[in-house]
Design a protein around this ligand. Structure first.
Ligand code: NAD
Length: 410
C-alpha cells in the first residue's frame, strides 16, 4: 500500500508547479506543527492489561484551532494520520471556516473490544492528550469507526480533567451532550450540495446513475440522499464485495438490511436482478457518477484506466493516488476532490463548536441552510481557481485553500 503522506506531499508539489506559493510557506506545510504518539494502557475485561498506540497530529493552526477526526482502525499508523491531518488543513481552508487541521487515531480493531474496554481506551487517549486538546487548541471529531458516543466520552473525560463543561472540545457528540442537528449526515449531505452546484458545469444528466464504494456512515447516507433526490443508485460495496442492479438498488431496504445484519452480504438474494460483484468490478462500472466513500488508495494506476464513470466525487479521504489522478485527468474524467466534496462534516462540526461556545442549539433546517451556502460558495470559487490556472478541480481547490492559509500565516 502506498504511503498516504507521500501521496499528500506529491499533491502539494504538483500544486507548487502550477502556482508559486513561496518556498518558506511550502517548507512549513511539508510537516505538521506537532506529531504526538501516546501509549494507552487499558484494563481488559478479563483483568489483563493491554497497551494501545494512539496518535494526534496537529498539522497547522493558521486558520484556527486544530480540527480533525479520530480514527480507530487496526491499520492506523502515523503516516496515515499525518496525511489526513494535512488534508484537514486544506479542507478547512476550502470550506472557509476558522479552523486549522489535525487528525488522530488509535491502532485498534474496535470490533474486538467490549463497550467498557472501548470507553477505557477512549478516556485513556483523552487523559494522555488533555494538555494539548481544548476548544481553542484542538477539537477532535468522529472518523472511521468512531461514534457520537465516543465523542461524548472524550468531552466528559476532558470536563473531569479541566472543568470545561462547554463540550466544545469535541464535535459529533450525541444531541443530548451538545451535538449539532445534522452532524451525522453532514458529510454526505455536503457532498450532495457540491454535486448540485457543479452538476450543470460537469454536464451531468438531471437523473444520474450512481455507483458508491463503501456503505458505512458516509456511503450509506450518500446512497439515501441521492436515491431520495430521484437518482438511481445502481451499485454499492463494502469490504467483502458489492451488489449491482442495473435498474437501481432498493436503498431503503438495503440500509435496513445492513442495520439488522451488520453488513450488506446476502442482500443480493433479495431481488433476482441483484448481482454480486467485486470491488474492482464496481469501480469499473459504466455510470454517471462514481462516489468513493470507503478508504484511501482505492483508485490507483492499476485500475484508473478501467474507470468508465463520467464524473467522480470523492467522499472518502484520499481515495485516489496521484498516478490515478493523472490518468483520470488525461482521460477527461472530472474529479471533484475530497477536500471540497467531503467538507460537509467539518463545516457542521464547526457549527457545533460555535453552538457549544454560544450555548445555542440550531435547527437542522438552519444547519443545512448554512452548510449549503458555504459549499455553494466554495464550489464556485474552486471552479474559478481551476479555470484561472487551467488545471484540475483538485489543484484549484488546493490553490483556494493554500491562498487563504498563506494570508493568515504571513
Ligand atoms: P465507516 O467505517 O462508517 O465506513 C467505511 C465503509 O467502507 C464500510 O462500509 C466498509 O465496509 C467499507 N470499505 C472498507 N474498505 C473497503 C474496500 N476496500 N472496498 C469497499 N468498501 C470498503 O467510515 P465513514 O465514516 O463512512 O468514512 C468513510 C470515508 O469517508 C473515510 O475515508 C473517511 O475518512 C471519510 N470521511 C468521513 C467523514 C465522516 O463524517 N464520517 C467525514 C469526512 C470524510
Amino acid at each position: 500500500m502506498q504511503n498516504p503522506f507521500q501521496n499528500a506531499m506529491a499533491q502539494l508539489e504538483k500544486v507548487a508547479k502550477v502556482k508559486d506559493l513561496g518556498d518558506e510557506f511550502l517548507m512549513r506545510l511539508r510537516q505538521p506543527d506537532r506529531d504526538i504518539r501516546v501509549s494507552i494502557p487499558v484494563k481488559m475485561d478479563d483483568g489483563s492489561m493491554k497497551i494501545f498506540e494512539g496518535y494526534r497530529v496537529q498539522y497547522n493552526n493558521a486558520l484556527g484551532p486544530y480540527k480533525g477526526g479520530l480514527r480507530y482502525h487496526e491499520d492506523t499508523e502515523i503516516n496515515e494520520v499525518k496525511a489526513l491531518g494535512f488534508w484537514m488543513v486544506l479542507k478547512c481552508g476550502v470550506a472557509g471556516i476558522q479552523m486549522g487541521g489535525g487528525k488522530g487515531g488509535i491502532a485498534v480493531d474496535p470490533g474486538k473490544l467490549s463497550k467498557g474496554e472501548l470507553e477505557g481506551l477512549t478516556r485513556g487517549w483523552t487523559d494522555r492528550l488533555s494538555d494539548v486538546l481544548g476548544p481553542y487548541k484542538d477539537v477532535p471529531a468522529p472518523d472511521v469507526n468512531t461514534t457520537p458516543e465516543i465523542m461524548g466520552w472524550i468531552a466528559d473525560e476532558y470536563a473531569k480533567i479541566t472543568g470545561d463543561k462547554t463540550g466544545a472540545v469535541t464535535t459529533g457528540k450525541p444531541l443530548g451532550q451538545g451535538g449539532s442537528e445534522g452532524r451525522n449526515t453532514a458529510t454526505a449531505q455536503g457532498g450532495f450540495y457540491v454535486f448540485e452546484t457543479l452538476k450543470q458545469e460537469l454536464q451531468l444528466p438531471k437523473k444520474c446513475n450512481v455507483v458508491i464504494q463503501g456503505f458505512g456512515n458516509v456511503g450509506s447516507n450518500a446512497a439515501l440522499i441521492w436515491h431520495k433526490a430521484g437518482h438511481t443508485v445502481i451499485a454499492v460495496s463494502e469490504t467483502q464485495g458489492g451488489i449491482y442492479n442495473s435498474n437501481g438498488l432498493d436503498i431503503e431496504k438495503l440500509v435496513e438490511f445492513k442495520k439488522k445484519n451488520g453488513n450488506i452480504s446476502g442482500f443480493s438474494q433479495k431481488d433476482s436482478q441483484n448481482i454480486e460483484i467485486t470491488n474492482q468490478e464496481l469501480l469499473a462500472l459504466e455510470c454517471d457518477l462514481l462516489i468513493p466513500a470507503a478508504f484511501e488508495n482505492q483508485l490507483t494506476k492499476d485500475n484508473a484506466g478501467e474507470i468508465k464513470a463520467k464524473v467522480i466525487l470523492e467522499l472518502a479521504n484520499g481515495p485516489t493516488t496521484p498516478e490515478a489522478d493523472e490518468i483520470l485527468f488525461q482521460k477527461n474524467i472530472p474529479l471533484v476532490p475530497d477536500i471540497l466534496a467531503n467538507a460537509g462534516g467539518v463545516i457542521v462540526s464547526s457549527f457545533e463548536w460555535e453552538q457549544n461556545l454560544k450555548n445555542e442549539h440550531w435547527s437542522e433546517e438552519e444547519v443545512f441552510k448554512k452548510l449549503k451556502e458555504k459549499l455553494e460558495e466554495s464550489s464556485k470559487k474552486m471552479l474559478e481557481k481551476s479555470r484561472e490556472h487551467k488545471t484540475s478541480m483538485r489543484i484549484g481547490a488546493f490553490i483556494l485553500a493554500l491562498e487563504r492559509i498563506k494570508d493568515k500565516m504571513s
